[in-house]
Each structure stands twice: as structure tokens, then as C-alpha cells.
Design a protein around this ligand. Structure first.
Ligand SMILES: Nc1ncnc2c1ncn2[C@@H]1O[C@H](COP(=O)(O)OP(=O)(O)OP(=O)(O)O)[C@@H](O)[C@H]1O
Ligand SMILES: [Mg+2]
Length: 504
């Protein structure tokens, strides 16, 4: 089916020439005389346009409404700006145009730009990666370039910036798309479990290994494995990973037969992996192996121009999901979201928009609906926008109810996120419980052996592991075989660790 383009006739001369150019290039085009007709086409249930070209009238309010609803529906827009327009770039950004061209416009240039917008839109639909900012556009170009090959990719960026979305996008655009995409969070499992998770184990490889189990590398054969938080991998697992990357073979834990697989590796890290190399925590040879192709996702606060679009799309998505009639967001509320700090990046923004769509009483997000912690976190860009009038007089009881409701929704979202993470974990939860207590002497392991293993601020993974071993030995009255079983590790590993922590 050819791509469908609507051309408004505000500037009839441009409209006719561009329409003819598009038709000649094989597009399904139509000229539309009023913005209302275009809006109906955007909102209607029939075939939606893939791109709208506005030939004029950009300063009029129907154009603004049309552009807002095109954004909600992820339809690309190209605006033709008068030659006299003083700041065309600012106008385009303010209106939310996907692209603009200054008049007089050569029809061939309009056709080329339209084609580029449509290709990009399809790519964004397939990957789910939204954003018009230069860094996001660069990421999309890289995904397209990297998808067809098998080289390893390293995706870096803070938490919630979309690393998994990028990895999945590369897989979905690659020739491997019909094969498995398997994600493993390397920080979620202790060393021995991670190794058997990645490479599998033979029956009897360690206590509790009642059956042979295939590892994720075998299950991903022909497809892609996504190694999240790869920087947290222990040195011994790093060696094994290096081997897989170098000659595509590995051994199951306890196995003697080398196993060959064809798996593309995409790794991610939310801190610069190079720093891990400098600190001696990450092998440099592995780093270079992983970093053959690299993608960096900047934090949301460095691409604030994407925030309005993300907010609009999330509102449209959640209004549909929760079946709510929703009018959108006021300009002042949007400004607060644009200025906020977003330490949790797109994930945090998305979760917040969901809670506001559920809770905003007026079917519209207003400044007062934004939780104070977001409003106050304006990233050193000055005071938050002050909202005059009515909201300030909202009665206190109403605010408390709002606060409680919002907390409940946020709690629900957090629980869902936790459940998702637990369900992603391929092994049953371990028996050792971790609870947070007030900071105390971090090395006071005596106290830690009372009941569940205790995590305190300042404890390293080694401290926790040592405390877990001590707790298990205490629980099993010093029976090392049973302690190893309780810990889900092999007896030999336990002996090694006893020595390592000088507990033997
Ligand atoms: N550019 C984007 N457009 C739309 N949604 C996005 C974008 N970036 C991230 N998201 C959404 O934000 C959430 C977090 O994304 P994702 O899990 O890919 O981040 P991450 O970098 O892997 O985070 P973490 O480091 O915490 O694992 C997801 O719901 C994802 O769909
Ligand atoms: Mg992730």
C-alpha cells in the first residue's frame, strides 16, 4: 500500500506543485482545504495519513490544534514556513512540526523530505523509540546501520534511557528477527548462578543440579542475547564471555564438551564501562570485544526538546489503555515537566504520566497535578513556573486525598515493575532474605548472622556474600554440604569462598 500524504491548500500554488511531485513519486496523496478536514482524517477510524504537509497558516490556532493531534497519533508533519518568518526553527519547535522548509520550496526537496520523514516514522513505530532530538535521531540511524551485521554492540546510558528498547530494536530490524531475543540481567544473579544461567549446567554439576539445563546462550542460538549491566560480571564470568565472543564456544558448568553457538551479543551498562576498565574491575580485552559498535543514550535532561512529544504520546497511550477521556496537558504543566531533572529518565516520565492520566481530576494534566518532588526538581533552571489563581486555593483535604491516591498508583506501578523484574528472573527467588536497616558499622557481621542476612549501607557484594555464608553455616550448624545447598552453590565453590574470606 502506498504511503498516504495530505497536503493543505493554504498556499495553493505550493500545494499543487508538491502534490504533483508526490504523485509522480508514487505516493497516495490528497489536497485538503481545511484544517478541520485534516483533523478528522487524523482522528478518524479510516486510513490515517503517514505525513501531513502544511503549506501555510502556521500561526493560526487550527494549525496548532491539528499539529497537537498529529503528535498524539505519531503522524509526521512538514511545515512550509514563510521566507519572512524571523525564527523558523523556534516556530517549528513550538508547534511540534517534525520538519520544516522555508519557502519557496522546490517540490523535489519536499518529496525527499517527506520520504525521509516516512522512513523515520516507520523505524520509530517498529522500535518504539520516540523523539525528534538530534541524539535520538542519531541513535535511530545507528540502529539501522548496525542491525544487518553480527558485530557485538555496547549500549551505554543511565537507567531508564531506553537501552533495552535499542537492543530489541536492533534485533527486530536484523535478519535474526524470527529467532529468540534473550535478555539476562548480569547484576541480578550471584556469580555461580549467572554462569549456569548463561552457559547451562550438566546433571550433577553441583548440589541441586538434578537435571541438565540449557543456558541462555544455547537458547538464543541463531538469535540475540542482551547482557544487561554487563559491568557487574565477575572476573571469571568475564573470561568465559570473552571466549564465547572469540570462538563462539563454551562449556556448560560441569561439562566437558565444547558447545558452539551462533549468537549475536548486545551488552548494556548504565555507567561508563571504560571506567570499570580503568579501575581494574573490567577486563580491557573484553571491553574492546564488546565495544566493536557503540551506542550512547544521553539522559533525558540533555534532550529536553523530546519531553513534550514523549508526554503527549504517553498521555494518548495511557488514556486509551485506561479508557479515559483525556484532553491533554496545559502549557504550564508541560513546562514544569520539560524543566524537571528526571534522574530516572524516560521510565520515570512514563510512569509519572500514567499516574497522572489515572488521577488528574479534570481530564487534563495541570500544574497542580504534578507531584511536588517533580515540581521542585527543576534541575537548576530557576524556580518552577508559578501557577496563578485557582489551584492554589484547592482545599487541603482534597490535596491529601490526591496525595494518597497518587501514592497508591505509584505503588501499584512499582509493584508491577518489581513483578516484571522477578518474572524476568529465570531462577526461583533465593532463600536468603535481604532487608534494609539503619546504617551501622558496615562490617558488623556478627549482628548480620542473626536471622536473615542483613544489608547495610556501605556493604560491598563481598561483605554480603561473606555474611550469607556465615548465616548459612550457622543455620546448618556448620554442615558445609547443607550450607552449600542452602546457598545454591557447589560444595567446591563454598570451600573456595571459605578460604577466600578466611572462614575455614
Ligand atoms: N525514546 C523512548 N521512547 C519511548 N519510550 C522509551 C524511550 N526510551 C525509553 N522508553 C521507555 O522507558 C522505559 C525504560 O526503557 P528501557 O528499559 O529500555 O531502559 P534501560 O536503559 O534499559 O533502563 P535500565 O538501565 O534501568 O535497565 C520503557 O518503558 C521504555 O519503553
Ligand atoms: Mg534495562
Amino acid at each position: 500500500m502506498p504511503d498516504r500524504i495530505l497536503v493543505t491548500t493554504d498556499d495553493l500554488e505550493h500545494a499543487v506543485r508538491i502534490n504533483a511531485g508526490l504523485e509522480a513519486a508514487g505516493f497516495d496523496t490528497a489536497m485538503v482545504s481545511s484544517f478541520d478536514d485534516v483533523r478528522q482524517a487524523v482522528r478518524g477510524r479510516g486510513v490515517q495519513p503517514d505525513c501531513i504537509i502544511l503549506t501555510g497558516g502556521l500561526h493560526e490556532s487550527p494549525a496548532k490544534q491539528l499539529l497537537a493531534s498529529a503528535q498524539d497519533h505519531a503522524i509526521s508533519t512538514l511545515g512550509l514556513v514563510e521566507a519572512t518568518e524571523p525564527e523558523p526553527k523556534d516556530l517549528a519547535r513550538e508547534l511540534g512540526l517534525t520538519a520544516w522548509l522555508a519557502k519557496p520550496v522546490d517540490p523535489n526537496e519536499a518529496v525527499t523530505t517527506t520520504r525521509r520523514l516516512i522512513d523515520r516514522r516507520k523505524l520509530q513505530q517498529r522500535t518504539g523509540i520516540m523523539g525528534e532530538s538530534a541524539p535520538i535521531q542519531e541513535v535511530l540511524v545507528k540502529i539501522e546501520q548496525m542491525a544487518p551485521v553480527t558485530s557485538t554492540v555496547l549500549v551505554e546510558g543511565e537507567s531508564g534511557t531506553g537501552k533495552e528498547l535499542v537492543a530489541k530494536g536492533i534485533h527486530d530490524l536484523s535478519p535474526r528477527r524470527g529467532k529468540p531475543f534473550i535478555a539476562v540481567n548480569c547484576a541480578a544473579l550471584p556469580e555461580t548462578l549467572l554462569e549456569s544461567e548463561l552457559f547451562g549446567h550438566e546433571k550433577g554439576a553441583f548440589t541441586g543440579a538434578a537435571e541438565r539445563r540449557l543456558g541462555r546462550f544455547e537458547l538464543a542460538d541463531g538469535g540475540t542475547i542482551f547482557l544487561d549491566e554487563v559491568g557487574e560480571m565477575s572476573p571469571s564470568t568475564q573470561v568465559k564471555l570473552l571466549r564465547v565472543l572469540e570462538d563462539h564456544t563454551f562449556f556448560r558448568v560441569g561439562g566437558v564438551q565444547p558447545i558452539k553457538v551462533d549468537v549475536r551479543v548486545i551488552a548494556a551498562s548504565n555507567r561508563a564501562l571504560k571506567d570499570g576498565v580503568a579501575l581494574g574491575q573490567f577486563r580491557d580485552d573484553l571491553f574492546y570485544r564488546l565495544n566493536v559498535l557503540a551506542i550512547y543514550l544521553p539522559p533525558l535532561r540533555e534532550r529536553r526538546s523530546d519531553i513534550p512529544l514523549l508526554v503527549r504520546r504517553f498521555i494518548a497511550e495511557f488514556a486509551a489503555q485506561h479508557d479515559r477521556q483525556f484532553n491533554g496537558i496545559t502549557p504550564e504543566a508541560l513546562q514544569i515537566l520539560v524543566d524537571a531533572e528526571w534522574p530516572g529518565n524516560v521510565r520515570q516520565l512514563r510512569n509519572l504520566v500514567e499516574s497522572m492520566v489515572v488521577l488528574a481530576p479534570e481530564g487534563e494534566i495541570r500544574a497542580a497535578d504534578i507531584p511536588p518532588d517533580i515540581r521542585d526538581r527543576t534541575g537548576g533552571r530557576g524556580l518552577p513556573v508559578l501557577v496563578p489563581g485557582s489551584r492554589a486555593s484547592r482545599d487541603v483535604a482534597g490535596q491529601e486525598v490526591q496525595f494518597i491516591l497518587r501514592s497508591l498508583v505509584e505503588l501499584k506501578l512499582q509493584i508491577e515493575e518489581l513483578r516484571r523484574r522477578v518474572e524476568d528472573r529465570p531462577v526461583p527467588a533465593r532463600r536468603v532474605e535481604m532487608i534494609e536497616v539503619a546504617p551501622a558499622d558496615p562490617l558488623d557481621v556478627e549482628a548480620a548472622t542473626e536471622g536473615p542476612v542483613i544489608y547495610r549501607a556501605g556493604m560491598t557484594m563481598a561483605d554480603v556474600e561473606r555474611a550469607a555464608i556465615e548465616a548459612a553455616l550457622k543455620e546448618t550448624r556448620g554442615n558445609r554440604r547443607k550450607a552449600a545447598e542452602v546457598l545454591g552453590i557447589g560444595e567446591r565453590t563454598l570451600y573456595r569462598k571459605l578460604k577466600e574470606y578466611q572462614l575455614a
